[in-house]
Design a protein around this ligand. Structure first.
Ligand code: SAH
Ligand code: SF4
Ligand code: F3S
Length: 443
């Protein structure tokens, strides 16, 4: 069957989507060129905010219209976080969906497709068991096409229960894969031409997997092992929780040559009162101390972060403290969101919800400041050199783009064909655009 996997949400979903593609290719299905050309459509979904969940339902509506106008048989699968968190909603609002697979049942995709193709009775096939261990044991053993910068999930699930967040429900409790498995996977990716690997986890710096010596390894120990891998040019990890940062990770940034000097460290709010209500388990002072410790080991470390505005009970003063925190840290880049109330989370029942108007106002103020900081950060590179891993062709002919070690998007003119996708080259930055750098390769 010609299939397409449409991925929503975070990098972990992209990773899961790839692994489902591997399973389907292994079972002799073929990739479709587009949605219209596909007969099997897999929606690998995200429910982090209400808008993300609703996107699935509007896309399902469009596919339904496409199916109604066609004589051909389609199979529709909904997988991932909406499937896990809101399977009943999918069954109610789109009962014609053939397959529903939760986040840790995605390894079953090929067998469920087979079952759905041959089944006699109507109705959806549903599987939503949270068992990360069996997922990783049974994922496809074959790896098909990969890009030059790829991901490996080393840890899935979360025990933190931040009061706004669905992830502990949609991904279950923390599970760390054994080092032997993730290293083996890395070696396979390197053979396929991968140059950069990002280690993934919802709470990646709480990694506690079985090491090669049979003992528990933490993230810094695992990073050291990845630092030794032949052929791996660059290493990253995401997402770190401030509470679990330690000196070992800061030292890794000093010692491991391939470990990129950029770190995503979400703070969410600059108010201790709000952080307490969010159940983040750290204070602004502890966060700042952590940044300082990391900068002592690696002074050029570039920090990015996530913010939520309009969390229940957030006052103007709380918000002002977020602004002050941003001014203190100076982020190279950041994501910011309006708080979105999610079912089954503690914050949804807090009774001092903030109006959308105030959320929008605060978001604008915060984003203006974060954009200004990103611009300033990028402008400071004009005339300097960065190392760029080229990952794809640019928008215009003769352009090629990639990422610097600081995770900035960088584009160069490559009319003489001096660099190729997969190369790392020194680039002199000549100008900056709002969210990227332009430069020329240093010969
Ligand atoms: N594991 C990561 C976060 C995953 S979700 C971590 O702990 O940081 C990515 C980001 O989405 C979060 O950092 C948070 O800023 C945002 N987010 C999560 N739930 C949200 C909600 N209910 N409303 C708005 N933003 C939310
Ligand atoms: Fe969600 Fe908090 Fe866990 Fe991140 S640490 S996934 S925000 S519960
Ligand atoms: Fe979304 Fe699930 Fe990732 S809710 S952000 S796809 S873990």
């Amino acid at each position: 069957m010609r299939f397409i996997v449409k991925s929503y949400g975070c990098q972990m979903n992209s990773y899961d989507s790839q692994r489902m593609e591997d399973s389907l290719l292994e079972a002799s299905h073929q990739r479709a060129n587009s949605l219209v050309d596909a007969r099997l459509i897999v929606f690998n979904t995200c429910c982090i905010r209400e808008k993300a969940s609703e996107k699935l339902f509007s896309d399902l509506g469009r596919v339904r219209a496409l199916m109604n106008g066609s004589a051909e048989k389609f199979l529709i699968a909904v997988t991932g976080c909406v499937a896990q968190f809101q399977a009943q909603d999918v069954l109610k609002r789109a009962p014609w969906v053939d397959i529903i697979l939760g986040t840790q049942d995605i390894h079953q995709i090929a067998t469920k497709v087979d079952e759905a193709m041959h089944k006699q009775l109507s109705g959806s096939l549903v599987s939503t068991t949270l068992n990360a261990k069996s997922k990783f044991m049974r994922l496809s053993e074959q790896f098909f096409h990969r890009n030059v910068a790829e991901f490996i999930t080393i840890q899935e699930g979360c025990n933190n229960f931040c009061t706004y967040c669905v992830v502990p429900h949609s991904r279950g409790r923390e599970f760390s894969r054994a080092a032997v498995d993730v290293i083996q996977e890395a070696k396979q990716l390197i053979l396929l031409g991968v140059k950069e690997i990002t280690l993934l986890g919802q709470n990646v710096n709480a990694y506690a997997g079985e090491g090669l010596d049979g003992k528990k390894w933490n993230l810094s120990r695992l990073l050291a092992e990845f630092g030794q891998l032949n052929g791996l040019k660059r290493l990253r990890y995401i997402t770190s929780h401030p509470r679990y940062m330690d000196e070992g990770i800061a030292e890794a940034h000093e010692k491991i040559a391939t470990l990129a000097p950029s770190l995503h460290l979400p703070i969410q709010s600059g108010s201790n009162r709000v952080l307490g209500r969010m159940n983040r388990k750290y204070t602004v002072e502890e966060y700042l101390k952590c940044i300082q410790m990391l900068r002592e080991h690696r002074p050029d470390l570039a920090f990015s972060s996530d913010f939520i505005v309009g969390f229940p009970g957030e006052t103007d003063e709380d918000f002002q403290q977020t602004i002050e925190l941003v001014e203190k840290v100076r982020f190279s880049q950041a994501y910011s969101f309006k708080y979105s109330s999610r079912p089954n989370t503690a914050a949804a029942t807090m009774n001092d919800q903030i109006s959308d108007t105030i959320k929008s106002q605060r978001l604008r103020v915060l984003q203006d400041l974060l954009n200004e900081q990103q611009n300033k950060f990028n402008k400071s590179f004009v005339g300097r050199h960065v190392n760029v891993l080229f990952t794809k062709k640019g928008k215009h002919k003769d352009q090629i783009t990639g990422r610097s070690e600081y995770a900035q998007a960088v584009t160069v003119y490559n009319d003489d064909g001096a660099v190729f996708i997969g190369d790392i080259a020194r680039v002199e930055v000549t100008e900056t655009l709002p969210h990227s750098l332009i430069g020329k390769v240093v010969k």
